[in-house]
Design a protein around this ligand. Structure first.
Ligand code: DON
Length: 312
């Protein structure tokens, strides 16, 4: 689906044509994540790019109606749910600094006393989900409800096969969570918190839906129904953490190349926000060495250069 061509001097349909021309020769590049067997079964030759404008129109190119595993991109939305009533004590449990190490790394957590560096590496995300579980009684249902409403898809859900795969292969996440529990930084029993975390990672979404959901941030905290979920400061802060910590240990390179708050997932999706204007979803399953989508990164780099849309 395509909205009208112009938006604030940017011709989005032209920009999408430029993006596709640049990305096409690279479709299929990168390595599909296979540490979870279900993720390894995805067709590597997919690519989709969707731009939603704050008035709700969506411009798309490529495979934007194919479902993919949302994975770590969910961490933006659990953080939004946990911080929606202003700064909570979750910030006593997780810091807001880039980690410079892999998302599932253990060693930093040990010498930093069980307080994860940020909410987007695995231990930080587990803390946020644990906090959401403690405050709502059902972290997964809260997240799913938010995403159903913001995407406009009442059937949005976790893929149970991927969720089982996450459980079956989740030893490092169990190690991270138990280490934090050892430091007194878990509020729920580890297996319960991780059950919600694994199902959260397994939610499937399309690029079009993801672009719509990201409008929550592009609109500085306003939901699709017009109600306010986050105040402007809370939305601004989530985007700041996306910019500094949203793309694993490539966040510096992303800020340099793309210049937008982004959050990636090992399913090959990347959500990027142009505050006050656009929410962008890029999806290509092949990942680079840091775990970010090769074609998604290239597409965002091309888009911001073609449109001059960046926060800098
Ligand atoms: O926790 C895991 O193993 C994955 N499901 C993490 C997802 C992801 O995209 C990487 N995260 N930070």
């Amino acid at each position: 689906m395509s909205g009208s061509a112009r938006d604030d001097e940017v011709d989005l349909d032209d920009a999408l044509t430029v993006v596709m021309a640049r990305v096409r020769p690279h479709i299929g590049e990168g390595r599909v994540a296979d540490y979870i067997p279900e993720l390894g079964r995805v067709d590597p030759d997919r690519f989709g790019f969707a731009v939603a404008t704050v008035d709700g129109r969506v411009h798309t190119v490529g495979d934007t109606d194919v479902r993919f595993s949302m994975q770590s991109i969910t961490k933006v939305f659990t953080l939004a749910l946990v911080t929606q009533k202003g700064d909570t004590h979750v910030w006593d449990r997780v810091h807001r600094e880039p980690s410079g190490s892999a998302f599932n790394s253990l060693y930093q957590l040990e010498f930093e006393n069980g307080i994860p560096r940020n909410p987007f590496i695995n231990p930080g995300a587990i803390v946020v989900t644990d906090e959401l579980l403690a405050t709502t009684g059902d972290a997964f249902a809260s997240l799913r409800g938010l995403l159903r409403a913001e995407t406009g898809n009442p059937g949005l859900d976790a893929d149970p096969v991927t969720a089982r795969s996450e459980q079956a292969t989740g030893e490092r996440n169990r190690a991270l969570a138990h280490l934090m529990a050892g430091f007194g930084n878990m509020r729920n029993p580890v297996p319960e918190a991780l059950d919600h975390y694994f199902r959260q990672c397994s939610i499937t979404i399309t690029a079009t839906e993801l672009a719509r959901a990201g409008l929550l941030l592009a609109r500085h905290g306003r939901r699709a129904d017009g109600s306010r979920m986050l105040d402007r400061n809370a939305a601004r802060r989530i985007m700041a953490i996306m910019l500094t910590c949203g793309t694993y240990d490539a966040a510096g390179e992303f800020a340099y190349r793309v210049g937008l708050p982004c959050k990636s997932g090992v399913g090959g999706g990347i959500l990027a926000i142009v505050p006050g204007r656009f929410s962008i979803a890029a999806w290509g399953p092949g990942l680079d060495a840091k775990g970010n989508s090769v074609t998604g990164s290239l597409a965002l780099d091309t888009f911001t250069q073609a449109t001059n849309c960046s926060v800098f």
